[in-house]
Design a protein. Structure first.
Length: 404
């Protein structure tokens, strides 16, 4: 009788890919802030001051009322069955119309795939197009999870230093210089997390042209595009049918926990992404999809525009306020709800600065270590997706602690 193979000495051993995924320090800082927030120093009943959270990238407003009402109606009507893996047809059509009306772009619904948030869109796309050893170029600094999607797919996220002179974004010259035989494409975000900066439309067109000439793929994360403040924002979908665009209902529409996003794909990629979506997710939340139809109603869009103007007013307050405290803002953010600022006037590195501000000013900020390696140790991110009252109080506390 054949002997059974012996049991593995380590049944819980991890796949090698996990070693390439770094901790998400944003969330580690959030845990530290919550611990301090529960201490007597932050308890008003004991003479303390509550923690002000300027660290997490989430609007302080929730989904518009019409969206919540649409969700309730969907549940009451029992419309909770699976949708097609590519999304509710009516929602794909609504997104298509929004591109035409808001961005003056012709995007057929058949090229739109609705996903379980922008994160699912990035996972589906990288799984579909990134092979083992394929290199994806992206700016340093940039949102950490984006590079980790590439790593999880077996690829290599190659971070290219992008300083203030480049608005912390890639340009065509840097992409052209860095391209190698292993390069599969570029992953950009405009506006960007953590810097709030956008790529100028003409420069983005030049990048797409460089990538196209080399047979690569241009992917642009536009989840903050609706929160643009200066000039006329343009969607990358206008650059050609070969450009992949990721978007989400989380930021402009305030539907963070609803986990709903979409991507615009070249038609040739839709079948592969659909097949992956069927296997990995079946579909995005049916209730969230029906609710999101209300995002495109005139009253909802008017409310979202009002909220965008509120965010702009917060930006216009907080940037000069930080500058007055010796916290230099190298590039004024033109979108999203982040300020990327230099902490060297007050601390040896941004990690030390943020920890001190949590302890002494009871303000939660995000140190730069999550976002890459190019000067990120000396920069921190502030989210102004908080009330103006909180921002004024945060500045008052910073002034007290920093002596400015």
């Amino acid at each position: 009788m054949d002997r059974l193979p012996s049991a593995s000495p380590d049944p819980f051993r991890l796949a090698p890919r996990v070693a390439g995924i770094e901790p998400f320090w944003v969330m580690e800082c959030a845990k530290a802030a919550d611990l301090i927030a529960r201490s007597p120093a932050c308890d008003p009943a004991q003479g303390g001051e509550p923690m002000i959270y300027l660290n997490i990238g989430e609007p302080d407003t929730t989904a518009p009322p019409a969206v919540a009402e649409a969700a309730r109606h969907c549940i009451d009507a029992g419309r909770t069955q699976y949708t097609p893996a590519t999304g509710l047809p009516a929602l794909r059509e609504a997104i298509s119309r929004w591109y035409a009306e808001r961005w003056q772009a012709d995007v057929p619904a058949r090229r739109i795939v609705v996903t379980a948030g922008a994160s699912a869109a990035l996972q589906l796309l990288t799984t579909a197009v990134v092979g083992v050893g394929d290199e994806i170029l992206m700016p340093d600094p940039s949102y950490p999870c984006n590079r980790h999607f590439v790593t999880a797919a077996g690829g290599i996220a190659r971070l290219l230093p992008a300083g203030a002179a480049q608005r912390f974004q890639l340009d065509a010259a840097s992409v052209e210089a860095a391209w190698s035989e292993a390069t599969r494409g570029v992953m950009l975000a405009s506006p960007s997390n953590p810097t709030g900066t956008s790529i100028a439309p003409d420069e983005l067109a030049r990048i797409a042209a460089v990538v196209r000439e080399r047979g690569g793929l241009t992917l642009v994360d536009e989840i903050y595009l609706g929160l643009s403040y200066d000039g006329q924002a343009r969607s990358a979908v206008t650059l050609g049918d070969d450009v992949v665009v990721i978007n989400s209902f989380s930021k402009y529409f305030g539907m963070t926990g609803w986990r709903l996003g979409w991507m615009v794909l070249p038609e040739a990629l839709v079948p592969a992404v659909e097949k992956l979506a069927q296997n990995l997710y079946i579909c995005a939340s049916t209730v969230a999809q029906h609710a999101a139809l209300a995002c495109f109603e005139p009253d909802t869009l008017a409310l979202c525009e009002q909220r965008r103007r509120t965010m702009q007013a917060r930006r216009d307050f907080i940037v000069p306020a930080l500058e007055s405290l010796g916290l230099t803002v190298p590039v004024r953010p033109d979108g999203a709800f982040y300020v990327w600022f230099d902490t060297r006037a007050h601390a040896p590195d941004s990690w030390t600065f943020c920890m001190e501000m949590m302890q002494r000013a009871h303000i939660a900020l995000t140190p730069g270590r999550d976002f890459g390696h190019a000067q990120t140790a000396h920069h921190a991110r502030l989210s102004f997706a908080s009330s103006m009252d909180d921002l004024h109080e945060a500045v008052r506390r910073l002034r007290r602690v920093l002596g400015r």
